[in-house]
Design a protein around this ligand. Structure first.
Ligand code: GLU
Length: 554
């Protein structure tokens, strides 16, 4: 077979050579050991935690090594495209502190290795497919869908492996005349890799490939034997071929991607071999899992788990620092230990490694995220927390009148946000914006409501307790003066001044001072649980304290 002629026949319009592209995209001039990574999302408009998890690895590997991290849009599957998806990807990742150095941006491409959108690179893929055909390593395949179905049925019958390979790959045997005839009839065809692999041998004779994965160690797998499609009938490349060509020409050193790509790794290895290129270091990340209600581990699912979508975290108002901190705890097993030893260092100082990544499923746990978030927010100043809430409200609660009231008085809100945070054992009230707003809502008249019931023990005395309290109230009292007065009221009305006295002799009292102060707490805040009442009163101001309690008595 004259493969040169065949390649000209299939790709008459491809004039550039592979050498041209090799020269156009030379080796990168980077410091020794610098890693080049990329994120290659399909622009479906849905960006999820798995993307962020992978992007985090890419970003850390590149930026820890003075390398480059770029964004490539993998849009060869036109069924999944969504308008404006690039923008969503870039903005969501930027929010979580993931920034690209190169690639697609909303203002066009940045970098010397573009175009960074696969659908614009047709000529490049065709050029390399042409080279493979010219070297007898790829061929046109004219099998129709029906013929492929028949092959599958025959394979099922004799329990052979499915797919187009070996003797099933009948288009391999077409003569030049047959191909010319089919082409002249404009019959559709795909271009397939002509695999050298053979899995029909007995197990011990099957050639195995060994690939070093930076997360999983050495992978030992049977070689590929499939004549995989590299160009579809439309001339558009498959993922397999596009990523091999792109990652070579863009000089990617590390490919971080999900474990779902592991089964097709032998195809990629063979493609790199056939093209005469060194493959990148693969890093196959673990699936994100969660514990379901029964305590079983299962994959996070788009349908069942809203927390899979990155929008979820933005809508709820998680602080990006908290999400980053949490991701590192599931990404690197030694991070938590490091954090305990270095409570005040920025996470950029932590040396992230692929070796410390789990390969058996990373467990995602919202409760753990919330716990981490509490610690992270504790370190964020009240000024910064105010700005964070404001930005969140501008973006996600712009129609919400309550947010206008909450944000109206900056100094007031900052005081509220700072309650109890300076103590030796600080309060950790804040988790995420939406929760914070609910938590502090009683400070604002438009949201204030009586949410809890009065304690049974003091139910009958609510009115008299509040009346006496209002009478004795002096806004300038310090905390102990203030509490002494409550003790006095308690005793006057037959409540124990100390909870332990009540416990000892429950029959002697109606209740204890705690029940009396809970009445005040509910009158002021509508809730049984809250930070220190005295401190809250200082922030509310005397007029508001009197107003709330008087209103309650009406
Ligand atoms: N476009 C692929 C995806 O969205 C990316 C896989 C890769 O990073 O190589 O799953």
């Amino acid at each position: 077979m004259d493969y040169k002629k065949l390649s000209e026949l299939l790709f008459p319009n491809i004039e550039k050579t592979t050498e041209y592209y090799e020269a156009l995209y030379p080796e990168r001039n980077l410091p020794e050991g610098a890693k080049v990574t990329r994120l290659g999302p399909s622009p479906t408009g849905f960006i999820h935690l798995g993307n962020l998890y992978g992007a985090f690895v890419d970003e850390r590997l590149a930026h820890q090594s003075e390398g480059v991290f770029f964004l490539r849009i993998e849009d060869t599957d036109d069924k999944r495209l969504v308008e404006g998806a690039e923008e969503i990807i870039i903005n969501s990742l930027r929010f979580f502190g993931i920034n690209f150095d190169e690639g697609v941006t909303s203002k066009g491409d940045i970098g010397a290795y573009g175009d960074y959108t696969q659908s614009h690179r047709g000529e490049i893929y065709q050029c390399f497919a042409k080279k493979l055909v010219e070297e007898g390593k790829a061929y046109p395949c004219f099998l129709t869908e029906e013929e492929i179905n028949n092959i599958r049925n025959n394979q099922e019958e004799i329990k052979a492996n499915p797919g187009i390979y070996g003797k099933w790959a009948t288009s391999r045997n077409l003569t030049m005349e047959e191909i010319e005839e089919k082409l002249s009839k404009k019959l559709p065809y795909v271009v397939r890799l002509k695999s050298d692999g053979d899995l029909s041998k007995s197990d011990e004779n099957i050639r195995r490939i060994k690939v070093k994965d930076a997360i999983r160690g050495v992978l030992d797998m049977p070689e590929n034997d499939q004549d995989t499609v590299i160009l579809k009938a439309t001339g558009i490349p498959t993922y397999h071929f596009a990523h091999v060509v792109d990652d070579h020409l863009m000089r990617t050193t590390h490919v971080v991607r999900g474990a779902e790509w592991l089964p097709s790794l032998p195809i990629h290895v063979e493609l790199f071999e056939k093209l005469g290129w060194q493959p990148p270091v693969y890093c196959h990340t673990a699936q994100l899992m969660k514990l379901d209600e029964e305590g079983n581990k299962r994959k996070l699912s788009k349908r069942k788990d809203p927390e899979l979508s990155l929008d979820y975290y933005r809508n709820e108002g998680y602080h990006p620092k908290a999400v980053r901190e949490y991701l590192l705890t599931i990404l690197n097993s030694n991070f938590e230990e490091w954090r305990i030893a270095n409570p005040d260092l920025d996470i950029e100082e932590f040396e992230f490694t692929t070796e410390k990544m789990s390969n058996s499923g990373a467990l995602f746990d919202l409760n753990k995220l919330n716990d981490i978030s509490k610690d992270v927010l504790l370190k964020i100043s009240k000024e910064e927390l105010y700005d964070f809430l404001k930005n969140w409200a501008d973006e996600f609660r712009s129609e919400d009148e309550n947010m206008v009231e909450i944000l109206k008085d900056r100094a007031y809100l900052e005081k509220i946000l700072d309650i109890g945070r300076k103590e030796a054992k600080p309060r950790k009230d804040h988790i995420y914006a939406k929760q914070m707003v609910e938590n502090i809502s009683y400070f604002f008249d438009s949201m204030f409501k009586i949410e809890d019931e009065m304690p049974k023990e003091a139910e009958a005395d609510v009115k008299v307790i509040l009346e006496k309290y209002l009478e004795s109230y002096d806004h300038t009292d310090d905390q102990s003066q203030w509490f002494d007065k409550i003790r006095v009221i308690a005793e006057e009305l037959g409540y124990a001044a100390k909870p332990k006295d009540f416990k000892k002799n429950p029959d002697m009292y109606k209740g204890h001072v705690g029940h009396v102060s809970t009445v005040i707490r509910i009158g002021l805040m509508g809730r049984q649980q809250s930070p220190d009442v005295w401190e809250i009163q200082q922030i509310l101001g005397e007029a508001k304290v009197r107003e709330r309690l008087s209103n309650f008595l009406k």
